[in-house]
Design a protein. Structure first.
Length: 129
């Protein structure tokens, strides 16, 4: 089971057994960038070295700041939330701090109900070649 809660703390400020930093379009989001700077570029180098590029790709690292999960976001945040929930369930950390994203609702919705398609996303997929 995953328990979701909100926090005003950033990845730099908070203590957690696992911190999740997001990668979008090959770049770390702001809190991940700040944590990466503190770690001397370790997160960025590890991500680039792993060659991961697809939405849902992830990499678990043990760092001096604790465990960090790098997770790639794609266009569909709900699908990413569902995939993130699957990964976090397998990892079984007692508490997780997830970096905030601008459009948090679809990500949270995917974490709680899975990456199921909504009628709007089904219509989009049917129109796509």
């Amino acid at each position: 089971m995953i328990t979701l809660s909100a926090s005003q703390a950033t990845l730099l400020e908070a203590e957690a057994p696992l911190k999740v930093a997001f990668v979008q379009k090959g770049a770390l989001l702001p809190q991940g960038e700040a944590l990466d700077a503190r770690l001397g570029g370790l997160l960025r180098r590890a991500w680039e070295g792993a060659g991961l590029k697809e939405a849902g790709d992830h990499l678990l690292l043990a760092t001096p700041e604790g465990h960090v999960l790098l997770f790639a976001l794609g266009e569909d945040l709900r699908a990413a939330g569902g995939r993130l929930a699957q990964v976090l369930t397998r990892l079984s950390f007692p508490r997780v701090l997830v970096e905030g994203v601008g459009e948090a609702y679809p990500l949270r919705r995917g974490c709680t109900s899975g990456p199921t398609a909504t009628p709007a996303t089904r219509r989009k997929k049917r129109r796509s070649p």
